[in-house]
Design a protein around this ligand. Structure first.
Ligand SMILES: Cc1ncc(COP(=O)(O)O)c(C=O)c1O
Length: 438
């Protein structure tokens, strides 16, 4: 082969193809991702991204506290630390979790690099390739990415306005076990679920715990939004109801700031041991400086009051979105009414396809995440996730107006050319756990 031929081949083929691990086969770049770079332009109202709005944090005062931290405790704060996480922040986290009825010991907590890494650690500890993970239908895109990276098979369990259906859950367990499948855990987001915004009712939580006990099912409870309740007091966490069947994941990303990348796992003792060893293999120790910085915030600032400030700000945005949808959505659309968190889940009139029309929506300067991103089985064509966390209320209203026009234009087009079949599975839309759409 001539040098020219070799060079030409090198530009077309991935020369490392023969060396990649099998688990990378499922990692794909999505065509939709290119659209999101456009969606982040200022003229586009992005209802796609799940970034918290942290502009209201007391940055000047906190900046001084962090300077003092470096001056007075920098030698420790900038050093390696414990693989489990620093004891003082684990103590503080017990206080945070008490807000949702959890009584925990600091010794049972493992600090992670955001709850995203907690998901990775838990999956690494429990799952072999081919194992089944049960998850709500739909579920968090970042978790689906992690389960996919470890070659797990995700089986979705139907949910309604009160959360995951215990009857469907029991049925799925029996069917899968009868077929000889190994179910490793149920992954659930009980509060203001990402992507639907749905909250599990108290009765559902009790039923879910009962199913887990009877069926020997481990529950992974992912709860980054729990304290961002907009209408009522926080519900008791599943972990507050049972400490043996629940592994709990928490995060400071939504109640403080995501840039520190600090989350945690609260697990039964034996599991905790495995998580610490896995964390040490992955990172030696979670970021020490971030732990000091967050502990400083919790010690010296009114973090409960700040959550109140966030709640007021997100409530105004949630209300703007619900008002905008009521005014601008065409007949036949329905949507959830979240009691907290960041997201509304929109179901389009029959025949409209959220993924197919995304390029037209972005041209009309409004963006969303198509529902297919939140299913491992190709469902979700008639759905989209709309985030109300980041744009101002005025921009949210304008975004829903633009979206309404796009939907009406789609309907007019379908009236001419016929309806698409949006109730059958599609190829899955793999967006991966990237920060712009979490
Ligand atoms: C349900 C859910 N779990 C986990 C995460 C990851 O959060 P972090 O890694 O920032 O703690 C997110 C982020 O959006 C989320 O929505």
């Amino acid at each position: 082969m001539s040098e020219i031929e070799r060079q030409r081949q090198d530009t077309r083929l991935d020369r490392y193809l023969d060396f990649y691990a099998e688990r990378t086969n499922g990692l794909q770049v999505s065509a939709v991702r290119a659209l999101f770079s456009v969606a982040n332009r200022p003229e586009v109202v992005s209802l796609a991204g799940g970034m918290p709005n942290i502009a209201d944090l007391p940055r000047a005062a906190y900046g001084e506290a962090v300077s003092k931290l470096i001056r007075d405790h920098g030698i420790q704060a900038m050093q390696y630390g414990s693989g489990q996480g620093e004891p003082f922040i684990r103590e503080k986290i017990c206080e945070v979790m008490a807000e949702e009825g959890i009584h925990a010991h600091a010794d049972d907590i493992v600090i992670s690099c955001g709850s995203q890494q907690a998901l990775d650690l838990v999956t690494r500890v429990f799952c072999d390739p081919g194992d089944i993970v049960l998850a709500e239908a739909p579920s968090y895109v970042g978790a689906l990415g992690t389960f996919n990276a470890y070659q797990c098979q995700v089986v979705h369990v139907e949910m309604d306005d009160d959360g995951i259906s215990p009857t469907a859950l029991r049925q799925a367990i029996h069917t899968l076990r009868a077929a000889g499948k190994r179910i490793k855990f149920l992954y659930t987001i009980p509060n203001f679920q990402n992507p639907t915004g749905v909250t599990q009712s108290l009765a559902r939580r009790e039923e879910l715990i009962a199913v887990a006990r009877e069926e020997q099912l481990l529950i992974i409870e992912d709860n980054p939004y729990g304290l961002l309740t907009l209408d009522a007091e926080p519900m008791p966490a599943l972990r507050a109801m049972d400490e043996d069947v629940v592994v709990y994941l928490g995060s400071f990303s939504k109640t403080f700031a995501p840039g520190f990348r600090i989350g945690w796992v609260l697990a039964p003792h034996a599991v905790r041991e495995k998580l610490v060893l896995t964390q040490e293999a992955a990172t030696l120790c979670p970021p020490v400086f971030s732990q000091f910085a967050i502990a400083t915030y919790l010690d010296e600032f009114d973090w409960r009051g700040q959550i109140g400030v966030f709640r007021d700000m997100y409530r105004a945005r949630r209300d703007a979105m619900l008002a905008g949808l009521a005014e601008h959505m065409p007949e036949g659309s329905t949507w959830t009414h979240p009691l907290g968190g960041f997201f509304v889940w929109l179901t389009l009139p029959p025949g409209l396809d959220a993924q197919a029309m995304l390029p037209r929506a972005v041209s009309a300067r409004v963006a969303y995440v198509p529902g297919t991103a939140f299913y491992a089985d190709g469902m979700g064509s008639r759905n989209m996730r709309l985030s109300f966390c980041f744009p101002t209320p005025e921009r949210i209203i304008e975004g829903t107006r633009r979206l309404g026009e796009v939907l009406k234009a789609e309907q007019a087009m379908h009236a001419t050319f016929g309806l698409a079949d949006t109730d059958s599975p599609r190829g899955t839309l793999q967006l991966g756990p990237a920060p712009d759409i979490l």
